[in-house]
Design a binder for this molecule. Structure first.
Ligand SMILES: C[S@@+](CC[C@H](N)C(=O)[O-])C[C@H]1O[C@@H](n2cnc3c(N)ncnc32)[C@H](O)[C@@H]1O
Length: 219
């Protein structure tokens, strides 16, 4: 069952409020703590003529790097925040990439790739620090898996539980993340295991920086 339209609308407003000003300093500030994004992008290992979709593409920073790493691919990005998309359009509007990058506004749990991009499936789909901000994050994964092409891969990088940190530091970190409406998903490994079984996929799950970053691939 989809969330009521007014709930999604409230989330659009919340994200636009959050990013209206932050988007101008987002890339400069986040490079210090959204760790593991470049490694995740390199791990996509997309082949020429394959398609790559980022769900929650923010400023387009990841898509710009993916465009460099995978020069003969088509890139797609959706985000719920129109404010973030303004920056993404500016960042990805340069002559060398704009013809193969496609952006659209949508909610991770229910966007329609066919009407947004005239495309039903993708070879690589990824969430980068997005699931920790999507209220119905399990539904977002479920929806992403419906768009995965044959031999496709779903990649995830996000905040972990800082499981090997001293408890006071972990508490401080979670309090700070809350200020940005970020909720690291404790159940992520279990939920992904369930999806792997349901769809007959292989799950690779890893942790780095003592649990600060969690990474997963369903293939
Ligand atoms: C922390 S930012 C990460 C941006 C980018 N992926 C990165 O790694 O720099 C989270 C992004 O997810 C978007 N987002 C949050 N909830 C969403 C939803 N339900 N559907 C689509 N995008 C969403 C936000 O607007 C924001 O751009």
């Amino acid at each position: 069952m989809n969330a009521p339209a007014e709930v999604i609308h409230d989330h659009v407003l919340a994200m636009d409020r959050m990013y209206r000003w932050q988007r101008h300093i987002y890339d400069a500030s986040r490079r210090f703590y959204l760790l593991g994004r470049n490694e995740m992008l390199r791990g996509l290992d997309a082949k020429p003529r394959q398609s790559i979709l980022e769900i929650g593409c923010g400023t387009g920073r990841n898509l710009a790097l993916a465009a460099k790493l995978y020069p003969v691919t088509d890139l797609f990005g959706i985000d719920i925040s129109n404010e973030m998309l303004k920056t993404a359009k500016a960042n990805l509007g340069t002559a060398d990439v704009k013809y193969r990058v496609h952006l659209a506004q949508g909610d991770a749990t229910n966007f329609d790739a066919q009407s947004s991009f005239q495309k039903q499936s993708f070879d690589r789909i990824y969430f980068s620090y997005t699931l920790s901000m999507v209220p119905e994050w399990q539904k977002a994964i479920d929806h992403a898996l419906t768009m995965l092409g044959d031999h496709g891969e779903l990649h995830i990088v996000d905040f972990g539980q800082c499981e090997n940190w001293p408890v006071p530091f972990k508490r401080l970190m979670f309090r700070w993340l809350k200020l940005f409406e970020v909720n690291p998903r404790q159940d992520l490994p279990i939920v992904l295991q369930g999806f792997a079984q349901k769809h007959n996929l292989k799950l690779d799950f890893s942790r780095s920086f003592s649990g600060y970053v969690w990474q997963a691939v369903l293939r």
